[in-house]
Design a protein around this ligand. Structure first.
Ligand code: HEM
Length: 444
C-alpha cells in the first residue's frame, strides 16, 4: 500500500489520493502517444483487433524488440505504457479463443510489462484503471464529455460495442464525481459534529448515486448483448479461477512459476468501494473477500482512499447518535440509491450475460454450433463466471442483499411525513417533483 502524505490536523480531502474534483478517479486527459522509441509497441497495440482477425498478433508480438522501460518517467506515460502492454497481452493470450491458450507470455512483452506494473503498483493484466479510466480522448477537445465526443485510445475485438461498453462505464465514473466530492464533507462534518452539513452532503450524494444508475442505462443503446457475450468478454478475462487457464500464466524472464490474475471488471472501480465503506455496508465473507481482492487491481492511491475512509469515525454511528429525522432520512436515501444501483446492475448483467448464455446453451443442445451465431463464439468455460472470476448471480445478489441490510430503520411517522410531502409536491408540480418523488419511493 502506498503511503499518502497528509497532515492529520488538516481536514480530510481527496487531493492526496489523486482523486480530482473534476474527474474523480478518471485519469485527466490521458496521453495518447509514448516517446518514439516505443513505436513498436504502439504499432501492434493500435491494431490488435485486425491482427487477431488475421491470427497474426502472436507472431507480431514474438518479433517485437525487448524495449527498456527506464525512459518512461511520468505517471501518465506509465499509465499509457500499461494500457498498451495490457491490450497486447489480452490479445496474445486469447487470440485463438478458449481452446488454444498459451502457457507463457514471451519475455519481450512480459519483462517491460512487469516493470511498468511494478512502478504503478498495478498487476500485469488489463484492469478497469487501464481499459476505462486511462483509455479515452475527446474527439473535439473543446467539446462535451459525452458518448458522441469520446473515443478510445485502444480497442479490442467487438467493434462499436467495445467503445460503447468502455465509454458508458467511463460516463458512470463521471456521473459519480459529485457523489465522490461529498465524501470529505461527510467525514469532516462527522468529525466536527456538524449534522446539518452531513445531511446536505448525503442528500447530494444520493443524487449522485441516482445519476450513476441513470448513466448505466447507456449500456443498452451502445452495447450489443450478443457481441458483448460472444466476442468481447473473453478479451477481458483473466487467468485466475478460469477453467481455460487453470495453471495461470508464466511471465517469461520475470518469475519461474506461473502467476494468476483476475480479468478486468468494474468491480475494480473505486466508486462503490468508497460508498460501501462510508455508509458502513458490511459484505458477507466470501463476496467481501472477492471485493477486497479487487482493490489490488486499483491504482494504489485509490485503494488507500478506500482504506482511509474505512478508518474514519463511523457515519452510521453518528447518524444513530444524532437521532435527527432529516439526517437519518438522508443517510437512508444513500443506502436505498446504492441498493437501486446494484439492483439495476443485476438487470444489466442478466441482459448481457445470463440471457445470451441461455441462448448459447439452447443452441448447443439443438446441435447448432455455427459460428454465424455470435453467442456460439463465447467460451463455455466462462458461462457462469464473471471476467473477474466470480460466480456471477449469487455473488451479485449477496452483495445487493448486504446493501439492503445496511439500511437504518426509519420511523413510520417519518415515512408518512415524507409521503405527505411528496403528495403536496405532486399537486404543486414544482421542478423538484421528480427528485422528491424518487426519494419517497426510495424510502418505501
Ligand atoms: C454491460 C455492462 C456490465 C456487465 C455485463 C457487468 C458485469 C459484472 C459482473 C459479471 C460482475 C461480477 C464480478 C466479476 O466477476 O467481474 C460485476 C461486478 C460489478 N460491477 Fe459490473 N458490469 C457491467 C457494467 C458495470 C458498470 C458500468 C459499473 C459501474 C462502474 C459496474 C460496477 C460493478 C461493481 C461495483 C461490481 C462489484 C459488485 C458490487 O459491488 O455490486 N458494472 N459486473
Amino acid at each position: 500500500m502506498v503511503t499518502i502524505s497528509k497532515d492529520p490536523q488538516m481536514p480530510f480531502s481527496l487531493e492526496p489520493y489523486y482523486v480530482s474534483d473534476e474527474f474523480g478517479f478518471i485519469l485527466p486527459s490521458p496521453l495518447a502517444d509514448l516517446p518514439p522509441y516505443y513505436q513498436p509497441w504502439m504499432d501492434i497495440a493500435r491494431n490488435v483487433p485486425d491482427l487477431i482477425c488475421s491470427h497474426t498478433l502472436r507472431s507480431h508480438i514474438l518479433k517485437m524488440p525487448l524495449l527498456n522501460t527506464h525512459s518512461l518517467k511520468s505517471h501518465k506515460e506509465l499509465r499509457l505504457a500499461h494500457l498498451t502492454l495490457s491490450v497486447m497481452t489480452m490479445g496474445y493470450v486469447w487470440q485463438e479463443g478458449q481452446n488454444e491458450t498459451v502457457k507463457m507470455l514471451p519475455r519481450n512483452l512480459a519483462i517491460p510489462y512487469w516493470e511498468v506494473s511494478q512502478c504503478l503498483g498495478l498487476p500485469p493484466i488489463l484492469t478497469h484503471a487501464d481499459a476505462v479510466l486511462a483509455n479515452w480522448k475527446k474527439r473535439d477537445p473543446q467539446g462535451p464529455f459525452d458518448m458522441e465526443n469520446l473515443e478510445l485510445l485502444f480497442t479490442l475485438p467487438g467493434g462499436d460495442s467495445v467503445r460503447g461498453f468502455f465509454m458508458a462505464t467511463l460516463l458512470v465514473e463521471l456521473a459519480a464525481v459529485p457523489a465522490i466530492r461529498t465524501i470529505p464533507l461527510v467525514i469532516n462534518g462527522v468529525q466536527s459534529g456538524d449534522a446539518e452539513t452531513v445531511t446536505r452532503a448525503l442528500e447530494e450524494m444520493s443524487q449522485g448515486i441516482q445519476d450513476m444508475t441513470d448513466t448505466l442505462k447507456l449500456m443498452h443503446a451502445n452495447v450489443e448483448p450478443e457481441v458483448f457475450y460472444g466476442i468481447m468478454r473473453i478479451y477481458l478475462s483473466g487467468w485466475k479461477d478460469n477453467l481455460c487457464m487453470p495453471a495461470g500464466l508464466m511471465y517469461e524472464g520475470v518469475h519461474a512459476e506461473p502467476m494468476e490474475f483476475s480479468g478486468a471488471s468494474a468491480a475494480q472501480s473505486s466508486l462503490i468501494h468508497c460508498l460501501d465503506e462510508l455508509l458502513g455496508i458490511k459484505h458477507e465473507a466470501k463476496s467481501g473477500a472477492f471485493l477486497t481482492r479487487m482493490r489490488n487491481y486499483m491504482p494504489p492511491a485509490h485503494k488507500s482512499l478506500i482504506q482511509d475512509i474505512s478508518l474514519q469515525p463511523s457515519l452510521r454511528g453518528f447518524v444513530q447518535k444524532q437521532d435527527s429525522e432529516t439526517l437519518t432520512a438522508a443517510f437512508q436515501l444513500c443506502v436505498t440509491k446504492l441498493l437501486a444501483f446494484r439492483s439495476y446492475h443485476i438487470n444489466v448483467v442478466s441482459r448481457f450475460i445470463t440471457l445470451p448464455a441461455a441462448r448459447a446453451r439452447k443452441l448447443r443442445n439443438q446441435g447448432n454450433h455455427s459460428q454465424k451465431e455470435t453467442v456460439n463464439r463465447a467460451p463455455t468455460a466462462l458461462e457462469e463466471t464473471g471476467t473477474g472470476g466470480s460466480g456471477i448471480m449469487s455473488f451479485l445478489k449477496t452483495v445487493r442483499d448486504s446493501t439492503r441490510d445496511g439500511s437504518l430503520p426509519l420511523d413510520n411517522r417519518v415515512i408518512q411525513k415524507r409521503l405527505n410531502g411528496a403528495q403536496l409536491q405532486k399537486t404543486q408540480h414544482t421542478p423538484k417533483q421528480t427528485h422528491l418523488q424518487t426519494n419517497t419511493e426510495a424510502l418505501l
